[in-house]
Design a protein around this ligand. Structure first.
Ligand code: G16
Length: 540
């Protein structure tokens, strides 16, 4: 076996050598960089995926995408058998393999040591499910991962073009018997569309759903949304723009662009609709927006989804007489607007926890609750429901001791749970969930926005010599390096009423992010600019 593996690795390394002196780091988003620099990494990740599958005796997912990054970038991340992000301990193995010399014997020695440590054999069964987004570089990178994994006796399930959340869901279903082999794309569409239709049908109303214009970032989500549009055409008109036929991926469009610049994307007819949304390149983030009666652009970001989903679930739990005893919590990051946190804690009386950026940290924390709602301000998030809660809600929906209204509310929650993709943030599932909540609550975007007022904010990207010079603590709200940076930020913040600012290195782009909020837009802009200057000065 060892000679065979070493031989295959030698061939791969010859074809895709590791550039000299390169250092990489597997983080919350996996590996992400210019696509042409990635092939050698694919070899290592194919090997890690195979080992992870052998250890877990389940299917592991491999997603090739760089999400919101420009089309020339690409990346890779692994999905654990439960459908969640890769276990953090395994990020270390991925990094160790990448740090080794570009020599098949050296790689094999490391793999052998690891297999002994993990008590697995090279020829133990392994299976990986692989998918990619619509970047030009994706099929080649996927083919390298497959070849490397196959060197370790691995069966490949090739899902080809999929969104990241679709792959997470497929992996979850593959590894859970109760889904009876429903791990293909059709079962994903069925889950979403059937629960959406059911929710609309069981809700007494003589209204119909208004058209929604979707900016699909010219990404893979556009192709998937086209299928959803077809299935749901009698229930909701979904019009898809930036659908990948002409424009470039994430260029002046997509959820990240809209959130960052707080402007409408190119390529969407603003006069024709009353509501819009943007998804990102791999369809895991969602942002809503509209143009108000004063012709101003109005944004509804991830914080707003937390508030909307929480309002809906609290109301329905109360109507179903199930609210008491249910532990609900919201998880946010430092980017969440202070007024959203205050609204959830002070008005809705629901606890909020702040964790560092990266959905896996939010997901992990949300598991502490019966209902854990988590969204990053950038629109990445979902809702987690624990099993006891699901059983309770299902029983209440058919409990004849309850009134019809109570049963209906329980049934609405039960069906809503089906609509949610609990494995990871899913822009398409969340879009349908948002539409159906607005329908059930009879709300428009103006009313949703009016629940609370955001504090004006500004987010800047700052290019520095070496972004790892910035180190943070306290859920990335404070800096520990370089020296004096935090003191200078504190001093600046103290000059601005309702001021708050923080600085953190991005893990997906070679930049530092500066966030500031304050009582007025001029003040938020001023604070962000001043913090940027300090960052530039102290990282020279
Ligand atoms: C990824 C992560 C998100 C994170 C975002 C931005 O999103 O999954 O949790 O918030 O990157 O990260 P950073 O500010 O470190 O660049 P995506 O949609 O790009 O995969």
């Amino acid at each position: 076996m060892s000679n065979l593996v070493v031989g295959k690795l030698k061939t791969l390394i010859r074809e895709y050598p590791k550039p000299v002196g390169i250092v990489v780091d597997y983080d919350t988003t996996g590996f992400r960089a210019r696509a042409e620099t990635l092939p050698w990494i694919m070899i290592r990740i194919g090997l890690v995926a195979a080992l992870r599958s052998k250890v877990k005796q389940g299917c592991v997912g491999v997603m090739i995408t760089a999400s919101h990054n420009p089309g020339h970038d690409n990346g890779i991340k692994l999905v654990d058998p439960r459908g969640e992000m890769l276990d953090q301990a395994w990020e270390v193995y991925a990094n160790n393999l990448c740090a080794l010399d570009d020599d098949a014997e050296v790689l094999w020695t490391y793999l052998e040591t690891l297999m002994i440590e993990l008590n697995i054999q090279p020829n133990d069964d392994a299976i990986i499910g692989i998918a990619y987004d619509n970047r030009e570089s994706s099929p080649l990178l996927a083919s390298i991962v497959k070849r490397a994994a196959q060197a370790l006796h691995t069966v490949i399930m090739d899902f080809e073009l999929m969104t990241t959340p679709q792959l997470h869901y497929a992996i979850h279903c593959y590894n859970h018997d109760e889904f009876h082999g429903r791990f293909n794309e059709i079962s994903y569409f069925e889950k979403l569309c059937t629960s959406f239709q059911n929710l609309v049908m069981i809700t007494p109303s003589n209204r119909s759903l208004e058209s929604l214009a979707i900016d699909a970032a010219n990404g893979v989500g556009a192709f998937k949304l086209a299928q959803i549009r077809r299935i749901l055409k009698k229930f909701i008109p979904l019009d898809i723009y930036n659908d990948g036929r002409t424009g470039h991926l994430n260029e002046k469009c997509g959820a990240d662009y809209v959130k960052h610049y707080q402007i409408a994307p190119d390529g969407i007819p603003l006069n024709h609709y009353s509501k819009f949304c943007s998804i990102d390149g791999d369809a895991d983030r969602l942002i809503y927006f509209f143009i108000d009666k004063n012709n101003h652009f109005r944004l509804l970001d991830g914080d707003r989804f937390s508030v909307l989903f929480l309002s809906f679930l609290s109301l329905k739990l109360k109507e179903a007489q199930l609210f008491d005893g249910v532990k609900i919590g919201v998880v946010q990051t430092a980017y969440s607007n202070q007024n959203s946190t205050d609204y959830i804690v002070k008005i809705m009386k629901v606890p909020v926890v702040c964790v560092r950026s990266g959905v896996k940290y939010l997901h992990h924390k949300a598991l502490d609750y019966d209902i854990g709602i988590y969204f990053e301000a950038n629109g990445h998030g979902t809702v987690l429901f624990n099993d006891d809660l699901k059983i309770k809600v299902k029983a209440a929906s058919v409990d004849q001791q309850r009134t019809e209204q109570q049963r209906l509310a329980a049934k609405q929650i039960h069906t809503f749970i089906d609509l949610i993709n609990e494995t990871v943030g899913d822009a398409i599932a969340n879009l349908l969930a948002t539409e159906v909540i607005l329908f059930i609550l009879n709300m428009n975007l103006d009313q949703w926005l009016a629940l609370y007022d955001d504090l004006p904010q500004r987010l800047l990207k700052v290019t520095v010599r070496n972004r790892t010079m910035i180190q943070t603590t306290d859920a990335e709200r404070r800096c520990t390096a370089p020296a004096h940076l935090q003191d200078r930020i504190d001093e600046l913040v103290s000059k601005y009423p309702s001021g708050r600012a923080f600085v953190r290195p991005s893990r997906t782009e070679d930049i530092v992010r500066v966030y500031a909020e304050a009582a007025t837009q001029i003040a938020a802009d001023g604070l962000a600019d001043e913090v940027q200057k300090v960052v530039e000065e102290l990282t020279k």
